[in-house]
Ligand binder design. Structure first.
Ligand SMILES: [Zn+2]
Length: 164
């Protein structure tokens, strides 16, 4: 039986904690802040249904668990929700899909990446990113919109960990 309820998620987290696992965010792990022997690196890719993320973050907060929430731009980029989740102690990351948005153009993709991550950083610190993938992009992609090119520096230091 599949059970994807919040109560089952709470039960799973309690079981992991009781079993001796240390649960942490991606940044906590990569920065070495968590050096436990048994670690669960917990991340959520918020592709849609952004308000479900609030429910999950509350369950984790209740159990003193810190995880990473990766948000897409602009699909789940809602600063009020992102700030609420961050205020509960969770890490916020950027769930990028710039190569499909740029129709494979790496120069345009870098510009988009820089612009979108800057949007996140107007509200919260972002130290890690992960790829969304956009598996349907080759089926439904549209021609690149040259008018949307953003004039941010191409090779600006992003000061992030890249982990996909
Ligand atoms: Zn995704």
């Amino acid at each position: 039986m599949k059970d994807f309820t919040l109560e089952m998620y709470r039960t799973l987290l309690r079981f992991l904690l009781k079993s001796g696992y240390s649960i942490c965010s991606v940044d906590d792990y990569l920065s070495g802040r968590n050096s436990s022997e048994n670690i669960v690196i917990l991340r959520h890719d918020i592709d849609r249904r952004i308000h479900k993320a609030i429910d999950f973050s509350q369950v984790e907060h209740d159990l003193n668990v810190r995880s990473t929430y990766y948000f897409r731009h602009p699909y789940t980029f809602q600063p009020a929700v992102i700030q609420k989740i961050q205020s509960q102690g969770h890490e916020i990351g950027y769930h990028y899909e710039v190569m499909s948005k740029a129709d494979g153009d790496p120069v345009y993709a870098k510009e988009l990446f820089s612009h979108e991550i800057d949007d996140f950083r107007r509200y919260v610190p972002v130290k890690t990113v992960c790829m969304h993938g956009a598996p349907l992009s080759f089926t439904f992609r549209t021609p690149p919109k040259k008018s949307r090119i953003i004039s941010t520096p191409l090779y600006k230091s992003l000061n992030i960990y890249l982990r996909t």
